[in-house]
Design a protein around this ligand. Sequence first.
Ligand code: CP
Length: 307
Amino acid sequence: LRHLLTLDGLPRETLTAILDTAAPFTEVAEREIKKLPVLRGKSVFNLFFENSTRTRTTFEIAAKRLSADVVNLNVSTSSTAKGESLLDTVDNLCAMQADMFVVRHAASGAPFLIAQHLIANGRNDIHVVNAGDGRHAHPTQGLLDMYTIRHFKGDFSQLVVALVGDVLHSRVARSQIAALATLGVPEIRVIGPKTLLPTGLERPGLRVFHDMAEGLRDVDVVMMLRLQNERMNGALLPTPQEFYKNWGLTAEKLSAAKSDAIVMHPGPMNRGVEIDSAIADGAQAVILNQVTFGIAVRMAVMSMLAA
Ligand code: CP
């Protein structure tokens, strides 16, 4: 693995190897072991051209627990505001001896552009991790979600997993669907209004529902997604109120799922829109576990790239 840009096309062995590598790192994520020397002497640059709480912070924690030096580029005060291009920015950071770029960008493909640029310049020693690009992919989120499912459900081979909400604008959903299919989940359900589901989802084992009671019947995992207003260009259909009434996860709607179903959410959550607070904070929610596992999974990704 030189770069991690997408989960599409990655073989099951690679996904499983990342999850297996993450397992012992959970002890570091949970502070039972303080630090490991895996990335000592390496510099990890966080380039977040879009807002983030979980991804940026857990990448920073993960890199530091692996003993890397971490630089968080403050995009709003950087010279990109003076017109410097993305690739010129990257070249300058390479001149500061960067070893790894963790990139979030509103433009789908931005991390690919950086990786291609590095390859074209013979910089095969520098790694790029996609931390979310436009509506395209969020591979480490997909991986930490798979880690969470495997942790709570044991294996993937008998599961019914439902993704609910704004799949159309969700890079997280694309990475999740790719990973769930590769890991052998036999039934993936996508539930939401027609206006928020993309066309071209068809693949063996994937079923589309517009009704929560039908879609959630006997599922093992419920994955809620927020309305991604920032990618809708003002056309919010349905409204948040309409969405909550029909697709917001409440105790009543969740009762259609298996009694031991887990409730997941990649964050940020909009309580009272896609999820009721009683569910978000309830016994079936594993939403904060996802965040902690994110540290271990990002440690695994970075250590495998640098190996
Ligand atoms: N899940 C996720 O990407 O959250 P952040 O936007 O806070 O990083």
